[in-house]
Design a protein. Structure first.
Length: 341
């Protein structure tokens, strides 16, 4: 286990001190070895989300999960996905955003996933809702310091379409509709009371060369606007991973827009994301690649005037063992119901 852990684990001061290009080479070499997806977790195993320490997702500073004495951490949601390298290019910065928002990023990794296993026999666009739940996660590699990370979704119930690029994604994710996803949200509340938001201040702290901003400035919210909105059909015809694999390298996938504050009316284009490889399945990406979810409280610490603009959840009930078991049982029942109906 030790040798295996040393091989795939990419963390710590020696690793982080390397150039972004070197870190990309190591990660992409591992990602490319087995270009196949891991199997979806057997449904009862997904109950693990109610028992694990989900705070790891907001606290760990690394590009991979850690192997412990009891084994590696599982991805109970977004278990299966595809990877591509990307370049983020800034197109405007009138607001004076710092870090990656100013420098851009030549060494990025994007992961395309769905929150859960989907049922393809529900093939109409309307049947995709609460079934096909697409998301993206982006890793901005930086020289000499840790990577910046952010995730984007349309909503935790997914979209009324099987087209991955149908809707805009954002790091501010609307609340869930339904018992099943509310239960998952309850589990995540043990890590942060602001489960619907991903912070941006860390991305703005360092540029791609590792230079620290003297005065960090970051957007309130990002929007990722797909540039291939009409590429795929609304109904199910082919697994989304197979569809994504047909997109050529050097294709611009998203224009990136920012809202400067909670009361901003207009979004401003600040960059674009272009893949610099084809999109591939990756067992390493499914099992080991880690995308930190920055706690929005770190943004609030720098912008306390924004706090009232975020919906806050109570974390009290998630700490009780009886509540954990009860929520786990309810979750399992809802999963089985969704498979039957």
């Amino acid at each position: 286990m030790v040798a295996h852990a040393q091989r795939h684990e990419k963390s710590g001061p020696v690793y982080e001190g390397q150039t972004a290009a070197s870190k990309m080479q190591q990660l992409w070499s591992l990602a490319s070895e087995r270009q196949q997806s891991q199997a979806w977790l057997w449904t009862p195993f997904t109950l693990g989300i109610f028992f694990e320490n989900v705070a790891v997702t907001t606290q760990r500073v690394a590009d991979t999960y850690e192997d412990t004495l009891i084994g590696r951490r599982f991805k109970f949601v977004h278990s299966v996905g595809s990877l591509a390298k990307f370049q983020y290019t800034t197109t405007a910065n009138a607001e004076g955003y710092t870090g990656i928002f100013a420098s851009g990023c030549d060494n990025g990794i994007i992961r395309f996933s769905t929150a859960k296993e989907f049922i393809t026999s529900k093939s109409s666009a309307d049947q995709a809702y609460d079934n096909f739940i697409p998301a993206i996660a982006m890793k901005f590699l930086r020289s000499g310091v840790h990577s910046g990370n952010v995730m984007g979704m349309y909503g935790v119930n997914g979209i009324h379409s099987w087209n991955f690029f149908k809707e805009d994604f954002s790091n501010h994710i609307p609340g869930s509709d339904g018992i099943l996803l509310n239960l998952i949200g309850t589990a995540l509340q043990s890590a942060t009371p602001f489960v619907q938001y991903l912070g941006l201040s860390d991305i703005a702290k360092y540029d791609q060369d590792g230079n620290e901003a003297a005065n960090i400035k970051f957007p309130f919210k990002l929007v990722f606007e797909p540039q291939l909105r009409n590429l795929f059909p609304e109904t199910f015809t082919l697994d989304y991973q197979e569809q994504l694999a047909t997109i050529a390298s050097n294709t611009v996938l998203y224009k990136v827009y920012a809202y400067d504050g909670p009361h901003s009316v207009n979004k401003v284009e600040i960059g674009q994301l272009k893949i610099t490889s084809q999109i591939m399945k990756s067992e390493f990406g499914d099992k080991f690649l880690f995308f930190k979810h920055q706690d929005i409280r770190e943004d609030i610490a720098l912008k306390p005037e924004w706090q009232g603009s975020y919906d806050r959840a109570s974390v009290t009930s998630t700490q009780c063992p009886v509540a954990i078991l009860s929520n786990g049982f309810k979750y399992l029942m809802e999963v089985f119901k969704s498979m039957i109906f």
